[in-house]
Design a protein around this ligand. Structure first.
Ligand SMILES: [Zn+2]
Length: 232
């Protein structure tokens, strides 16, 4: 549990927990063809499902305070102002990269945790979008032991820990990961593109000059080197 977001909602106080996830996703590889563990280190399909189920049993245990009877009646918590308030913890989001999301949502790592876009259509624009996943249906299908139907949608045939949480739609947990999605993804791609563009028009030196002369303001460290020469 990395951070807690709190806000007041009259007359009750709600506390929303954001979990920062960083976990071993080895078991998420269970949808891959069965290979010899001795030769490849990849778990067989059954071993992968068992490992993932164990992970979700641990999740279920850890998330117990968000699913037990007291989460309905409220937990008394001491606040920074020393007052005791009634809190209703909710799982709000789970910051994770795609591999970790595959584990958390118990899906195959080559599938989207939010929609059921076909593998070959990923990355392609769609006017209509793709149907969103229905965990309510997955619960029913799991209880009917219909592993084949789950597998067709890239869903693991395990008892998902997120299903134990009241009024939670697992799709709502997915958020952009600032580090991997924005800073190391969009930002890096964008700035590389801009630099190529400026070099092409012989304006890169002007860009460097402006970059190094950005004025200071609270929370901002003044840059002394051009962006190009800073590796991280
Ligand atoms: Zn999707």
């Amino acid at each position: 549990m990395a951070c807690i977001y709190e806000y007041r909602k009259h007359p009750k106080l709600y506390t929303e927990y954001a979990y920062d996830a960083c976990m071993d996703t080895h078991c998420a590889s269970s949808s891959w063809p069965q290979l010899s563990q001795q030769n490849t280190g990849v778990l067989s399909r059954d071993a992968g499902a068992t490992a993932l189920q164990t992970v979700h049993k641990v999740f279920t245990y850890l998330l117990k305070p968000l699913s037990d009877a007291r989460c309905q009646t409220g937990y008394e918590m001491i606040w920074a102002d020393k007052n005791v308030r009634l809190c209703f913890p909710k799982l709000f989001c789970w910051l994770a990269d795609h591999r970790a999301n595959a584990t958390i949502h118990a899906i195959a790592s080559n599938h989207c945790p939010v929609c059921i876009v076909l593998v070959e259509k990923r990355g392609k624009y769609s006017e209509t979008g793709y149907p969103r996943r229905s965990h309510a249906d997955y619960i029913t299908t799991y209880r009917e032991s219909d592993a084949l139907s789950l597998n067709e949608q890239g869903v693991k045939n395990i008892n998902n820990a997120l299903w134990s949480l009241i009024e939670l739609n697992p799709l709502d947990l997915v958020r952009a990961d600032i580090l991997y999605n924005i800073l190391l993804g969009v930002w890096t791609h964008m700035i590389d593109w801009i630099q190529d563009f400026l070099e092409h028009y012989e304006r890169i030196n002007v860009f460097d000059y402006v970059w190094r002369r950005l004025p200071p303001y609270p929370g901002f460290c003044v840059l002394t080197k051009s962006y190009r020469v800073v590796s991280q």
